[in-house]
Design a protein around this ligand. Structure first.
Ligand SMILES: NC(=O)c1ccc[n+]([C@@H]2O[C@H](COP(=O)([O-])OP(=O)(O)OC[C@H]3O[C@@H](n4cnc5c(N)ncnc54)[C@H](O)[C@@H]3O)[C@@H](O)[C@H]2O)c1
Length: 254
């Protein structure tokens, strides 16, 4: 029996088959879950990628900046699943000016977009799914360690620091509904989001060397496994936590 046998999971953030969310959706199906995806923008592309999963799941449109999408999300997911046991937030975006060493000059408008999509949406998504989580469940988000200032990550780093804090406040407020809220802080992975960061090579070059366990920039499976573990019944008393899946880099000096 798989560790998500019988669970109903909503996975956001599939864009390509290198997306962390693609790995999560695939593994979740292999471990016995029923999966529904949300897609942003080019839905036909997400639907094409979804066909590469073991069982092609329904794809629902969700732009986390669109209030109508959020307000109708529970009803639209409810057409496919009679409830949710797990929700995966695998969403991030920042305008180019927010990344790559332009920290002192970025406009508030661009920073606001980054925070809306990458930070506030964790709360929006969790609240939008609440009507389907009457029996409790788990919300998991994808983080990049925000405990320090990294090269080039800039305002996305600030957005992730906000995500970490948001996760703790959500854990506080959703605990009474039996909902656990946790983050997986992954090391750098070669996805579309990563490729759009000017200077991402700075991470690529040093991370595998620094990591006590080594680090494969192309392997999203370790992060996906952690997401599954956090949605399973094996972390029943864990919430507001950040699990680092980074080869151990967060734990050692550089
Ligand atoms: N790739 C890495 O190195 C890395 C490391 C740690 C954490 N993360 C985080 O993992 C998550 C997933 O990113 P990924 O690396 O798999 O890249 P990805 O590009 O495959 O996924 C990012 C997703 O965000 C979605 N998105 C962007 N704007 C949106 C909006 N307005 N509404 C809804 N969805 C929107 C995109 O459609 C895409 O599916 C992000 O939160 C990212 O910050 C990535």
């Amino acid at each position: 029996m798989g560790i998500l046998e019988g669970k109903r999971i909503l996975v956001t953030g599939v864009l390509t088959d290198s997306s962390i969310a693609f790995s999560v959706a695939k593994l979740a199906q292999q471990e016995g879950a029923q999966v529904v995806l949300t897609g942003f923008g080019r839905l036909s592309l997400v639907e094409r990628i979804a066909k590469r999963l073991p069982e092609p799941p329904p794809v629902i449109e969700l732009d986390v900046q669109n209030t109508e999408h959020l307000d109708s999300l529970a009803d639209r997911v409810g057409e496919h699943l009679d409830g949710l046991d797990g929700v995966v937030h695998s969403i991030g975006f920042a305008p180019q000016s927010c990344l790559g060493g332009n920290f002192l000059n970025t406009s508030w408008e661009d920073v606001a977009t980054a925070l809306h999509v990458s930070t506030y949406s964790f709360k929006s998504l969790a609240v939008a799914c609440l009507p389907l989580m009457k029996e409790g469940g788990a919300v998991v988000g994808l983080d990049f360690d925000a405990s320090r200032a990294w090269p080039v990550y800039d305002w996305m780093g600030v957005a992730k620091a906000g995500l970490e804090s948001c996760s703790r406040y959500l854990a506080r407020d959703l605990g009474k509904h039996g909902i656990r809220v946790n983050l997986v802080a992954a090391g750098p992975l070669r996805t579309m989001a990563a490729k759009s960061i000017p200077g991402f090579a700075e991470f690529e070059d040093s991370w595998p060397e620094k990591a006590p366990l080594g680090w494969d920039l192309n392997d999203t499976l370790p992060a996906a496994r952690a997401c599954l573990a956090l949605m399973s019944d094996w972390f029943p008393a864990t919430t507001g936590e950040i699990v680092h899946v980074d080869g151990g880099v967060h734990a050692v000096g550089s």
